[in-house]
Design a protein around this ligand. Sequence first.
Ligand SMILES: Nc1ncnc2c1ncn2[C@@H]1O[C@H](COP(=O)(O)OP(=O)(O)OP(=O)(O)O)[C@@H](O)[C@H]1O
Ligand SMILES: [Mg+2]
Length: 287
Amino acid sequence: MAWLFEMEDVSYTYPGGIEPALDHITLRIPRRKRCALLGHNGCGKSTLFLHINGIYQPEHGDLKWNGEPYLYRRSYLAELRRKVGLVFQDPEQQLIANTVAEDISYGLCNAGMSDAEVARKVDEALVRFGLDDLRERPVHHLSLGQKKRVALAGVMVLRPELLLLDEPTAYLDRLHTKLLLEELETIHRDEGTTMLMATHDIDLAYEWADWVFVMHKGRLVLEGTPEEVFKRREVLEEMQLSVPLLFDVWEALDLSFFNGTLKRPRTAAELRYQLERYATENKRKMG
Ligand SMILES: Nc1ncnc2c1ncn2[C@@H]1O[C@H](COP(=O)(O)OP(=O)(O)OP(=O)(O)O)[C@@H](O)[C@H]1O
Ligand SMILES: [Mg+2]
């Protein structure tokens, strides 16, 4: 089956809410893909995540994991949450232990790993997320960006089958965004982890994702490859969403006539490389 997770016609309204946070939404997550989830504040991204890992139960519609419907039983949900790792938008909601190292080891200990194994994995994670100097720090003394990195490390170290990242780069600086993306790349390459990342960073979504979802008012309005989605400029603009800068530049350059051999660049480095190739080829042609 192509879908790791499916959500069919799901609606959910918060207690006391007037508008539904999810409004008859149908969304399927393709296995092994890196998916980006775009949409304005309040369109329902975090609510969607909280449904996928079973924290909320929909008032209407069905959810399926590997084609099997969700069961809202304690044992089922515990098992589900071992497969679905959620990094909360707000790291304050995620961190539970006293120190950074304890927090990252928490889930590993719960998974029944030996002390030596836990220690090894925690050490690795601390280094990879640039947290080594902070290992004994009380979690409540950390900056917001540091807290977010601890939360990311604590979930990613568990190697879930589906990794849900709710605005993972929101509080991160450039260096730590880069470290995170490298770590996601490694996990994706080594384990084929399926990922869904909510983000307001459209350029990041374009660079990173193989598949893009766009939500609006609790519904899914667009999905497809980055190219398919960002070509729908009129739909995006109607929702006041922008087109990624590199996509825009590439469309404006319109080099499509160039024997179709130039690949649409997803990073600034790729753009430079493509333009250099174009220039070299042009020079050669002109003799
Ligand atoms: N705990 C809550 N109680 C009541 N209403 C809520 C609660 N959490 C969210 N909502 C409402 O549900 C809707 C969807 O919120 P949600 O947090 O899912 O949006 P989002 O897309 O994640 O937004 P953002 O980009 O700001 O993170 C919003 O209208 C919001 O006000
Ligand atoms: Mg949110």
